[in-house]
Design a protein around this ligand. Structure first.
Ligand code: TRP
Length: 371
């Protein structure tokens, strides 16, 4: 059996550098490696609705943004299937059956769900009783189960994601194991694929906060203009103790250096900053003192422009062909649906709920009542 990829993103905004280094860049490389039999990239609108039930317009507007970001990053619709989650209703049915294999207590232990409940301010409240305390929507609470259907529906062997998704993959593996042991070997156990580079595992925001996030306003978007990138790079958090160029500086916790860790290679030095052989030499100089933040930021800007500029150009072309982008998505949904339907048929058979395809069942009951 060939290797199959499934992964995706929630369409709650444009994609940013965190998405790019966490998973998108890898997807393009994997697509071009030719190592995979099939690749499915999903725009997870149904999952986005689990905590945006009152804002469907936001999701509706961002599906096209995410699709444009995918295409501009280099995902090729000839090689990957890009589709929209809600257009594959088979996924809901799978999730409904998987729900019987997961306990409330297990979901409550999922670290990502736990953290997100905190972050979103879902307290113990009940909407009906107290308007100020909003409770956790059941759909949100159970989204790891829905994510297990996304992954298993496509028989994914490989799920390239950021590290925050690790608990979801773990939970999917448990569901697969449980399903297969109860109903017989049916589902494929997926492996998670994390970024290799530590700086890419969790890219901090431009303000130095632990995570790049739209709500914190510390993102660099893949679709930002050159001018916006320059402004954001120039206002990046560096080392507050590095006041004079001659002062010794810290590279740990210094966002410019974290981004350099994520993005730069030795060729970039030869091209843009030949005074240093590599990042280690540059860091040494910064630590000793004598290297200014301006030089570091200019270097980072040049490196980022090198991969962002071609994306901008591709985006501009697709932006002038929006009906074509919708057509790509529509085709993708058809392909995805056919694939998910196959798995659903296997699941129904394994669970013995394929009554009308089960000739033995009719024979058995005929015999039972025959006089
Ligand atoms: N939870 C993922 C995110 O927030 C999106 C997602 C939904 C996903 N279903 C998936 C990722 C299945 C990988 C596999 O970005």
């Amino acid at each position: 059996m060939g290797k199959i990829i499934l992964t995706g993103d929630r369409p709650t905004g444009r994609l940013h550098l965190g998405h790019f280094v966490g998973s998108l860049k890898r997807r393009v490389e994997l697509q071009n490696s030719g190592e995979f039999e099939k690749i499915f990239i999903m725009i997870a609108d149904a999952q986005a609705l689990t905590d945006n039930a009152d804002n469907p317009e936001k999701i509706r507007q961002n599906i096209i943004e995410v699709a444009l970001d995918y295409l501009s990053a280099g995902l090729d619709p000839e090689k990957v299937t890009i589709f929209i989650q809600s257009q594959v209703p088979e996924l809901c049915e799978l999730a409904f059956y998987y729900m019987n294999l997961v306990t409330v207590q297990r979901l409550q232990r999922n670290p990502t769900v736990k953290q997100e409940i905190q972050l979103r301010g879902f307290s113990e409240g009940d909407d009906d009783e107290n308007q100020n305390k909003k409770g956790t929507p059941v759909g949100f609470f159970t989204y790891p189960i829905s994510q297990a259907s996304d992954i298993t529906a496509f028989r994914a062997t490989t799920v390239p994601v950021g590290v925050d998704q690790a608990p979801m993959i773990e939970q999917t593996r448990e569901i697969v194991h449980k399903f297969n042991s109860v109903y017989g070997e049916t589902l494929v156990t997926p492996e998670m694929l994390l970024p290799e580079n530590a700086a890419c595992l969790r890219l901090p925001g431009t303000d130095g906060k632990a995570k790049m996030s739209k709500s914190l306003g510390n993102c660099i978007y893949l679709s930002d203009t050159s001018k916006e990138i320059k402004k954001k790079v120039n206002s990046m958090y560096t080392d507050p103790e590095h006041l004079q160029i001659t002062d010794p500086g810290h590279v740990e916790g210094n966002v410019v250096f974290t981004y350099l860790d994520a993005f730069c290679n030795d060729e970039h030095f030869a091209k843009y900053l030949p005074e240093y052989e590599n990042l280690e030499a540059m860091k040494d100089h910064y630590r000793r003192g004598g290297l200014g933040d301006g030089t570091c930021k200019k270097f980072l800007f040049n490196i980022m422009e090198e991969f962002l500029q071609p994306m901008r150009e591709r985006r501009a072309i697709y932006e002038q062909n929006i009906p074509q982008v919708y057509e790509i998505l529509k085709k993708g949904c058809e392909v995805a649906r056919a694939e998910a339907a196959k798995t659903l048929a296997d699941v129904r058979k394994a669970m013995q709920i394929d009554y009308f395809d089960d000739a033995e069942l009719i024979a058995e009951h005929t015999k039972k009542y025959q006089k």
